[in-house]
Design a binder for this molecule. Structure first.
Ligand SMILES: C[S@@+](CC[C@H](N)C(=O)[O-])C[C@H]1O[C@@H](n2cnc3c(N)ncnc32)[C@H](O)[C@@H]1O
Length: 219
């Protein structure tokens, strides 16, 4: 994992850093899989919404990291003292197995290419100890006409992009995945999926979307 610069779309340093993020933690999944005393990395933490939430829930060892300086600046402005760190590239400075769990919430949706996705998950596999937990929340491929139209439009203009990739009017580049793709990403880096839950989540654009949460155990 020598010196990988993540592909971070410029929107996360601009308008994206003003958005309110919406994927809710599932309290049942959290309690069942991540012990209170666990060391947790909230990777792609944005402005630290979930880092703060876990801290409020009584998790004392949570660190949020994000490649967007604007996100971290906002997080520290809104919640001074929260454990947030700007992390422009990979690898993370932490030693192997430094964490008991990683949160990866609505991040892979913002990392459209397979290679960058694999780099993120592989690095989290390195810093989560064997037996530790990965808790992922994503918007999978949607079936409604609005989403299908934007997937198809993007496929036509960028035929090599994975199906499910689309742009937003603000200039964001996103990707919705099949559940099989998400499972394969996890297993490809040594995480075994152990529990999944589906639900709904509001999107950044104010629509409702299906949401998929996966919990996986590091082998
Ligand atoms: C939709 S926000 C979610 C933030 C946070 N996880 C939450 O749920 O509140 C997506 C975050 O992913 C970050 N991001 C974008 N590309 C990334 C990459 N290649 N690696 C890690 N994080 C990335 C963005 O800076 C942004 O903070």
């Amino acid at each position: 994992m020598a010196g990988v610069r993540p592909v971070v779309h410029g929107v996360w340093e601009a308008d994206g850093a003003k958005k309110t993020f919406t994927h809710a933690l599932d309290p049942g999944l959290l309690a069942a899989h991540i012990p209170r005393e666990g060391r947790v990395i909230d990777y792609g933490c944005g402005y630290g919404r979930l880092t703060a939430h876990l801290t409020e829930l009584g998790y004392p060892h949570v660190t949020g990291v994000d490649p967007s300086g604007a996100m971290i600046e906002r997080g520290l402005r809104e919640r001074p003292g929260l454990a947030l760190r700007h992390q422009p590239g990979l690898p993370l400075p932490e030693a192997d197995g430094s964490f008991d769990a990683a949160l990866l919430f609505a991040v892979l949706n913002c990392v459209p290419d397979d290679r960058s996705q694999r780099a993120v998950v592989a690095e989290l596999a390195r810093v989560v100890r064997p037996g530790g937990t990965m808790y992922v929340s994503e918007v999978p491929l949607q079936r409604d006409a609005r989403n299908v139209a934007r997937y198809e439009q993007h496929s036509q203009s960028s035929p090599h992009a994975p199906y499910g990739t689309f742009t937003t009017p603000e200039g964001g580049l996103f990707r919705h995945h099949t559940p099989a793709h998400l499972r394969a990403l996890l297993t490809g880096s040594g995480f075994t999926p152990v529990e999944e839950r589906t639900g709904t989540a509001p999107t950044l654009g104010g629509h409702q979307a299906t949401r998929l949460q996966l919990v996986a155990r590091r082998s």
